[in-house]
Design a protein around this ligand. Structure first.
Ligand code: ADP
Length: 187
C-alpha cells in the first residue's frame, strides 16, 4: 500500500483495504506505515505495536508480522510478529541489520518467503520469521554488492541497479544461513 509516509495506491482505497481486504487475510505483513494507516494508530513504542497487531487479530488475521518498524536503532530495524493459531498465542521481535539504501519489492519478497516458511514449518512463527529475515539479508546484501560493482564508484545507485537478485539467490531461498534470532515476548 505504501511506505515512508506515502501511499502507492489511491488514498480512497484505504477504507476498502481496511474494511474488505484485511478481514479476508489469514497472514498479513504490513510495514509500519501500512500498519498505522490500516489500524488508525501510531506506533511509537513496543506497546503500540502489540496493540496494533491485536487490532489485526481482531479483524480476523491469525498471523500478523510488522515486517519492519523504526523501533530499533540507527543500525537495526525492528520486526514484530504475533500469531494466534489453534488457541496458542506467540509474540516475538527480531532485530534486522539495516542496509544503507532503499530497495523496491522487499515487502513482496518478505510476504512470499514468510508464506512459504509458514507452510513448510507447520506455522512455526519463530522459525518462519527467522528464516525469512535471514534470506532477506542475504539477498539484499548480494543485491547491494552487485549494484555497487555494476554502477562503479562514481555513479549513484538507481532502482535499476538495485533490482533484487532473486535468481542468483536461489540456494539462499531454499536453505537460509541462520543468523538473526527472534526473541519471544512474554505476555
Ligand atoms: N534498508 C534495509 N536494510 C535491511 N533490510 C531491509 C531494508 N529494507 C527492507 N529490508 C528487508 O525487507 C523486509 C521488508 O521491508 P519493509 O520496508 O518492512 O517492507 P516494504 O518493502 O513493504 O516497505 C524487512 O523485514 C527487511 O528484512
Amino acid at each position: 500500500m505504501g511506505d515512508h509516509g506515502k501511499m502507492y495506491v489511491p488514498e480512497d482505497l484505504l477504507p476498502v483495504y481496511r474494511e474488505h481486504i484485511v478481514p479476508l487475510a489469514d497472514i498479513i505483513t504490513p510495514n509500519q506505515y501500512e500498519a498505522e494507516l490500516l489500524s488508525g494508530r501510531k506506533i511509537k513504542n513496543e506497546g503500540d505495536a502489540l496493540e496494533v497487531m491485536k487490532w489485526f487479530h481482531d479483524q480476523g488475521a491469525k498471523t500478523v508480522v510488522l515486517s519492519s518498524t523504526e523501533l530499533g536503532s540507527e543500525n537495526e530495524l525492528l520486526g514484530l510478529a504475533s500469531s494466534v493459531i489453534n488457541g496458542t498465542s506467540t509474540r516475538l521481535q527480531i532485530g534486522i541489520p539495516r542496509l544503507p539504501v532503499n530497495f523496491t519489492g522487499t515487502g513482496d519478497l518478505f510476504a512470499s518467503l514468510l508464506l512459504g516458511w509458514m507452510h513448510h514449518t507447520d506455522s512455526n512463527l519463530k522459525k518462519s520469521v527467522e528464516n525469512t529475515v535471514d534470506t532477506m539479508q542475504t539477498i539484499l546484501r548480494r543485491t547491494l554488492d552487485m549494484a555497487r560493482q555494476e554502477a562503479g564508484p562514481d555513479t549513484p545507485l538507481t532502482v535499476r541497479h538495485l533490482e533484487l537478485k532473486l535468481v542468483q539467490s536461489l540456494d539462499d531461498i531454499r536453505s537460509p544461513v541462520s543468523k538473526c534470532k527472534a526473541s519471544v515476548l512474554e505476555n
